[in-house]
Design a protein around this ligand. Structure first.
Ligand code: FMN
Length: 191
C-alpha cells in the first residue's frame, strides 16, 4: 500500500493549540473537489470552520457527547453534505457515494499535509441544518476533524487509551472473492 494509506488512522488525541494554514486547508478541499463524481453531477458541498471562527464553533455545538470530548481540539472541522433527491433514488445513492469518495480524498490529502483526519457521523443533523441554513435537498453526511497529534503525555487518559487501541480489519480472504461469492480471491491472504 502507499504509505499515505498505510499510515492513515482516525486519531482523537489532537493538539488544541495547533492550527492549519490556509494553503493546507485549500489543498484538502481541492482534493475533495477533484474526487470522482457519478455523471459529473458534483452533488457534494462542504462547510468549513477553523478553530476560533464562528463556523467552527457552530460545528462544535452539533457534536454528540463522545465526539465533543476530543474533536474541538481539531484545527479544522469540515462538514460534508450531498444533494439527495426524494424522487431520484439512483442519483441519491451515488450522491452519498460521491460524498464518501470526496471524504476519503480529503482525509488522504490532510495526511499528506501532515495532519490526522477523522471522519464522524456523531453530530446533530438538525443543529447543523439550522445553524448553517442548509437547504432541504442537502443531506449532512459526515464531519471531518483535521488535527495535529498532541504529545501523548498531555492527553486525557481516556483519549490516549482509545488512540492506543489496536486497529484491525477482516482479512482479505473474507472480503475479496473470486469464482463465487465467499470463495477467497487468495485463501492465504494475511489478516
Ligand atoms: C461514516 C463514518 C462515521 C464515523 N463516525 C465516527 C464518530 O462519530 N466518532 C468517532 O470517533 N469515529 C467515527 N468514525 C471513525 C471510525 O470509528 C474509524 O474509522 C474506525 O474505527 C476505523 O479506524 P481507523 O479509521 O483508524 O482505521 C467514523 C467513520 C466513518 C467511516
Amino acid at each position: 500500500m502507499h504509505e499515505l494509506i498505510r499510515n492513515r488512522w482516525s486519531a482523537r488525541g489532537y493538539d488544541p493549540q495547533a492550527t492549519i494554514s490556509e494553503d493546507s486547508l485549500i489543498a484538502i478541499l481541492e482534493a475533495g473537489r477533484w474526487a470522482p463524481t457519478w455523471g459529473s453531477v458534483q452533488p457534494v458541498r462542504v462547510i468549513v470552520g477553523t478553530r476560533g471562527d464562528e463556523t467552527f464553533d457552530g460545528l462544535v455545538t452539533a457534536l454528540t457527547r463522545g465526539n465533543a470530548s476530543w474533536a474541538p481540539a481539531a484545527a479544522a472541522l469540515i462538514l460534508v453534505c450531498t444533494r439527495v433527491l426524494e424522487d431520484d433514488e439512483k442519483a441519491s445513492t451515488y450522491a452519498v457515494f460521491d460524498a464518501g469518495l470526496a471524504t476519503s480524498q480529503m482525509i488522504l490529502q490532510a495526511n499528506a499535509e501532515g495532519f490526522n483526519a477523522h471522519p464522524m457521523a456523531g453530530f446533530e443533523i438538525d443543529t447543523v441544518v439550522e445553524t448553517f441554513s442548509i437547504p432541504a435537498e442537502q443531506a449532512p453526511i459526515a464531519l471531518i476533524a483535521v488535527g495535529k497529534l498532541a504529545p501523548r503525555e498531555t492527553l486525557d487518559p481516556s483519549i490516549a487509551e482509545r488512540d492506543d487501541r489496536e486497529r484491525t480489519r477482516l482479512p482479505l480472504s473474507e472480503t475479496a472473492f473470486a469464482g463465487s461469492w465467499g470463495m477467497p480471491y487468495r485463501p492465504d491472504s494475511p489478516a
